[in-house]
Each structure stands twice: as C-alpha cells, then as structure tokens.
Design a protein around this ligand. Structure first.
Ligand code: GTP
Ligand code: MG
Length: 437
C-alpha cells in the first residue's frame, strides 16, 4: 500500500511538503503534477504545476522522485514541495488520498518502512525521532551521533563476540567431540563482555540528561544569598532579593544552556526552623523539589560549621549535593574547605558553574554521548544482568546454564539494534514519531 502524509508542520511557512511512499507513489504524484514525465530522473528537482481534479493549477513547486530502493523508505518515494499554505497542502493530500492505492500514513510510518526495508537499524530510526524532539545543542549532537550509527556500532561490538561465544558453547554442548576446547576461556570472555555492557549502560544516565536536560536546585538556610546567586547564574534579575529572611516562597525556575546542555535551574524557599504559615508551605515545596533534581547546590551563609552543613545536606533527601560558601565577599572565612562564591560580585560563579557541569556530567563534553534512551537502557540492563548471572554460573554451574544466560543477553541486545523485535515494540517506538516522518 502506498502511504501519503504532509511532512511539514501544519502551519504557514515558506515551503510545505507532501510525501508519498510505495508502489503507486510516482503514478499518484503525476496525477497531482501532470507535467512530469512518465519516467522522471530520480533525485532530480522538476519545476511542476500542482493541479486539482479538474486540472486547474493550484500551485507551482518542486517535484522530486526517489526510485526504490535508493530512497529513505527503500520504496518509490515522491515529494511535492509546494508553498507552505496549510489549506493548499490539505487539498493536495486529500487528492492523493482519493486514489484507492493510497492511504494516510501512521505516525513514524515512513521511518518504520525504512527500518523494515533494512535502510536503517532501529537505533538510527529512533535517532530520527530524537533529532526532531531535540531542544538543546547537546541533544542535537547526540541524536546526530545516533543517526550516524554510534550506538549501533557499539552495540554491534558487543553483540558479535557474544554471538561467537554463544556459538562456541552451543557447539561444545551439541558436539562435544568436534568442538572440544572451544569453551576453554568462557569465564574470561563472559567477564570482559559484561564489563563492556556495563560501560555502555553507564552512558544511560548521560543520555537521560541530554534528552531531558539537567535539573539543578539551589537550596539552603534563609538569607544565604540563593536568589542573588540564582539571578547571577541565569544572567537576569528573575528572583526577588531582600535582606529579610524568607523572601523566596514559591520555587522559581529558569532554563539555561551550559556547554550545549539544557539546564533547568531552581531557586527555592530558604530553610529555617520556625517559619510563618506561608513560608512553611514554601519550605515543604523545597524539600519535595530537592528529591527530584539531578543536583542540589547547598548555599551557606558565612561562618557555618561542617556539622551544620552536614545537617542541611540531609535535607536534600539523598540527592547529590554540592556545598558552597556564599557571600564570600564579606567574610574571609578561613579554614573552610568549601568552594566560595558571591552572587553579588560574581566571584567564583564561573568556577561554580563548571563544577556543577562536572558533577552532572562526570567529565568529557556533553556532546560526546551515544544517546541512550530509556528503552535502550532497559535492554542493556537486562543484557548486563544476564551476563552477570552467566559470570557466576561459569564458576559454579554447567556450561548449559552459562550458555542459556548468554542467549538471554543476546536477545536483550537484539532489541536495541532491532534484530529481535516484536510488532508491539515497533508500535511503541514509532508512536513517538510525528506523522509524515
Ligand atoms: N555581600 C553580599 N551580600 C549578598 C550576597 N548575596 C546576597 N546578599 C544579600 O543578602 C540578602 C539576602 O539575599 P537573597 O539572595 O535574597 O538570599 P536568599 O538566600 O534568597 O534568601 P531567602 O529567599 O530569604 O531564603 C540581600 O540583602 C542580598 O543583597 C553576596 O554575595 N554578598
Ligand atoms: Mg531567596
């Protein structure tokens, strides 16, 4: 069946694209653009007139033909590039859909066909959706890395030796005489592959940061200078600042981009023992918020002891805490090992930002990640767990058990690359796409 959809957003724009893919793509495309030759040159841009059912011209634009399998989907593809009028494009689409050989494409169906026709592996197909959804430079770069097959090749580098190991073990189990010795170094091979799986899995956290952006909250005792520091980090005067303790009540948020990484920064109500009623509500919100962020920055007023700092740290409820001494321009607190910062003068603010990025990211630049989605992370986790069990089994159990676990690991990895996928999984994946992609 040939599918059709608008590939551009349903809003007025310079250009709007109608895309057709399937055996009737060229025929139907030529119905809409009658001047095009019966056998157009593939990948050539023709200037065409797009017409209605009576043959009256509706618009003029470009006609492109990609002959399968040298196309995005691997099928015959036609793209009509018209002027970006949503009304006009709907007319053209409706005309294409009048043809009995054509139906409207489901979300992600073009990419799904590309995958099913072997034009893209699953990680690359998913990178297409990631790229469309990317809203920071790091997310764009990571999706681009996924698109160029960075994750695919790393998964393959794990899958191939794993498959060889599995084959060796199955060989020994089925033909003990011929395959003798093929299982000699099974434990070492399992151990090495498990480490490799875990290294890949450790990037899942980074992938999440890139995709969703990082969440960082400033917190600490009242009047420590949190809002002043917040304003300084955001680069504008967003939060109210006053010398009255308990100024901030509602949590404020601002989105910044640091080294290409999207960061949502929160300013929170200062903590203290005996607040008023409204302030107490704000403090409860601060505690709630702290549990859900990737990093909490504890801003302390001058002269706080280590024991007091530790007590405040516990308020973060287990979230990773970076402790800084604020207002460092006033008090020359000597002996404190903590990082010093002043929101008022800006002293130490750049260093603090670098430190935050370092804690969030753990070294390296945010663009160097093979974007790992939750789905990939889940499959990698199962592969890594199966390899963990294989590792212990290789010491205490039979080869059969080890081989069984390695088989499970292979299955889990196959879900990442798409060598083992169910229809249901494909449905779930392509649901994320927009129509026309
Ligand atoms: N000297 C100096 N004063 C500061 C600095 N940061 C803040 N202040 C002053 O300290 C007072 C409190 O600052 P805020 O930024 O409102 O402090 P806060 O931690 O947000 O306070 P709450 O919202 O009440 O918890 C204000 O009078 C600021 O001008 C700093 O780095 N140096
Ligand atoms: Mg404040």
């Amino acid at each position: 069946m040939t599918i059709a959809a608008l590939a551009t957003a349903p809003a007025a724009g310079a250009v709007g694209i109608l895309r057709l893919s399937g055996p009737a793509a060229l025929d139907v495309g030529r119905l809409l653009a009658p001047g095009i030759p019966a056998q157009p040159t593939p990948r050539h841009a023709y200037l065409a007139s797009f017409v209605d059912a009576e043959g009256r011209s509706l618009d003029e634009g470009l006609f492109l033909y990609f002959r399968g399998p040298q196309s995005f989907t691997g099928e015959d593809v036609v793209e009509l590039q018209a002027h970006g009028s949503p009304r006009l494009l709907r007319l053209l689409l409706a005309r294409a859909l009048e043809d009995a050989r054509v139906r409207h494409a489901a979300p992600g169906e073009f990419t799904r066909r590309a995958f099913l026709n072997g034009r893209l592996d699953l990680t690359r197909a998913e990178a297409v959706a990631d790229l469309v959804a990317a809203d920071s430079e790091a997310a764009v770069r990571a999706a681009a890395a996924g698109l160029s097959g960075v994750l695919a090749s790393r998964v393959q580098a794990l899958e191939e030796p794993l498959r060889a190991l599995h084959a060796d073990m199955e060989g020994v189990l089925s033909f003990p005489d011929e395959a003798e010795g093929a299982d000699e170094d099974v434990d070492a091979r399992v151990t090495a592959l498990r480490a490799q799986a875990e290294a890949l899995l450790s990037e899942a956290g980074r992938g999440r940061l890139v995709r969703r952006g990082a969440r960082v909250a400033l917190f600490g005792p009242v009047n420590a200078g949190k809002s002043t520091l917040f304003n300084r980090l955001v680069g504008e005067s967003r939060a109210l600042v006053d010398d009255e303790p308990g100024t901030t009540r509602d949590a404020l948020e601002a989105r910044v981009e640091w080294d290409g990484l999207a960061v949502t920064l929160f300013d929170t109500a200062g903590l203290r023992e005996t607040p008023g009623r409204v302030e107490a509500l704000g403090i409860a919100r601060t505690r709630e918020l702290l549990v859900g962020v990737d990093l909490a920055v504890l801003v302390l007023p001058p002269g706080v002891t280590q024991a007091e700092a530790d007590a405040w740290t516990r308020d973060a409820g287990g979230t990773h805490v970076l402790v800084v001494d604020g207002k460092c321009d006033v008090a020359a607190v000597s002996g404190s090992p903590r990082q010093r910062v002043s929101g008022l003068t800006g002293e130490g603010v750049d260093a603090l930002r670098d430190d935050m990025l370092g804690r969030l990211w753990g070294g390296g630049t945010p663009s160097a990640v093979a974007l790992v989605s939750e789905r990939h992370a889940d499959a990698l986790r199962r592969a890594s767990e199966a390899l963990g069990r294989a590792e212990s089994a290789s010491r205490v159990s039979t080869l059969e058990v080890v081989s069984g676990e390695v088989g499970l690991a292979l299955e889990a990895l196959g879900e990442v690359s798409g060598t083992v996928v169910s229809e249901a999984l494909l449905d779930a994946i392509f649901q994320r796409f927009c129509i026309g992609k």
